[in-house]
Write a protein that binds this ligand. Structure first.
Ligand code: ASP
Ligand code: MG
Length: 402
């Protein structure tokens, strides 16, 4: 007996049969004596299709109008699911994000939730209804519709669970949980029984696609324990929480690949104070995210600056650098998009040495050259050639996960 938030992603509600499958899961949860709030995404590829429709009209749509458009996807799925629940005898009501009380900041297409006025949800629950809430959307102070960025329904679910102090927040998806690597590429990937918020956050940020990283951030902040599980294959999933039991003593929880990376090199930047500030300041003003930074030791009066940016920002980054080049000098600017970032993540590496050398040895044995390295307390990332990324993932996975 308790209050359970269940989130279903686009594949889980893609068609009639899937919607009734979800209705059954919700009905079972309710029949077990729980109050249930359901959060759903748009069906299947609806959001992509809507984006494509906008592109047929203009290449530069206003972000406000994009949100008006994209929010319709979730409205379709909440109403259909509420109808399905009703038809299997479960009293239900659908609510848009604004009816559910989602207040956001004003950043169209990538808004942040500021708070949830949950009275409406609570009063519907008190009337014994299952409440089906449209994920991914809210309202800003101007009473305009906003959306929370791609994959934002996870964040909606976590935010409701936090606001209502739910007993559990279940994220139902099309995979059976969080894996040590993407099982589509790594056949030996294993499902993890548990993972910490920090590990999950690193994996989500490094390219694992199972949870949206902002939802994990929010879950950590409010201590909302998550369960990631499959809507199609009923079995225990993965629990995401603050501290895991580490019974299995897994040093490494996951290996991830990110191909949205490009390496930019600026040669012969003067070796004097302020140059890095000028280079990265120019990029920051264009909101370009710089990840790994390498600086060569000075040769004579010069040094080289080498860093990574998202591949889809590489062209703008180079243009910005060329525009600002008078301010920091420097010679040739090169960009290499033929790269990938492969990372290992595990809280265990905080207390065990040798993880990096084992990773590098696995790459060496496979004759894979490392271009750049970066580390944090619980992750090690390397930049390598794009066409070697899958081989690198397999080798590293074999090394750490049996
Ligand atoms: N429908 C939105 C998207 O595809 C939100 C979500 O699925 O979480 O990004
Ligand atoms: Mg979606």
């Amino acid at each position: 007996m308790g209050l359970i938030v269940q989130k279903f992603g686009g594949t889980s509600v893609a068609n009639r049969d899937r919607i009734f499958n979800v209705a059954r899961i919700v009905a079972d949860t309710r029949n077990a004596g729980n109050d249930v709030v359901v959060v759903v995404s748009a069906q299947g590829d609806t959001t992509d299709d809507l984006i494509a429709k906008a592109a047929e009209i203009t290449h530069d749509p206003s972000k406000r109008e994009m949100d008006m458009l994209l929010a319709t996807g979730e409205q379709i799925s909440v109403s259909l699911l509420a109808m399905a629940l009703d038809s299997v005898g479960v009293p239900a009501i659908s609510l848009t994000g604004w009816q559910a009380g989602f207040q956001t900041d004003r950043t169209y297409t990538n808004a942040r939730i500021k708070r949830i006025d949950s009275e409406r949800i609570e009063s519907e629950l008190a009337r014994n209804r299952v409440v089906v809430v449209a994920g991914f959307q809210g309202l800003n102070r101007m009473e305009d519709i906003t959306t929370l960025g791609r994959g934002g329904s996870d964040t909606s679910a976590v935010a409701i669970a936090a606001a209502l102090h739910a007993d559990r927040c279940q994220i139902y998806t099309d995979v059976e949980g969080v894996y040590t690597a993407d099982p589509r590429y790594i056949k030996k990937a294993r499902k993890l029984p548990e993972i910490t918020f920090d590990e999950m956050l690193e994996l989500a940020t490094l390219g694992a696609q199972v949870l949206n990283n902002r939802s994990v951030e929010l879950a950590k902040k409010y201590g909302v324990e998550l369960e990631v599980l499959s809507s199609l294959n009923p079995m225990p999933g993965t629990i995401v929480k603050e501290v895991t039991s580490e019974m299995e003593g897994m040093l490494i929880k996951g290996v991830a690949k990110d191909t949205n990376v490009a390496v930019i090199s600026i040669m012969e930047v003067p070796d004097v104070p302020g140059m890095s500030f000028k280079v990265f300041g120019a990029l920051a003003r264009k909101k370009i995210n710089v990840d790994i930074i390498l600086q060569s030791t000075g040769r004579g009066d010069n040094k080289d600056l080498i860093f990574t940016v998202p591949k889809n920002d590489a062209e703008i980054a180079v243009a910005v650098l060329k525009e600002n080049q008078v301010r920091f000098g420097g010679g040739e600017i090169y960009v290499d998009k033929d790269v990938a970032k492969v990372s290992v993540v595990g809280a265990g590496m905080q207390s065990h040495s040798g993880v990096a050398s084992r990773m590098f040895e696995a790459l060496y044995e496979n004759n894979i050259n490392i271009r750049m390295i970066s580390t944090s307390e619980i992750k090690i990332s390397v930049i390598i050639k794009l066409d070697e990324a899958d081989r690198a993932m397999a080798a590293i996975h074999d090394e750490f996960i049996q």
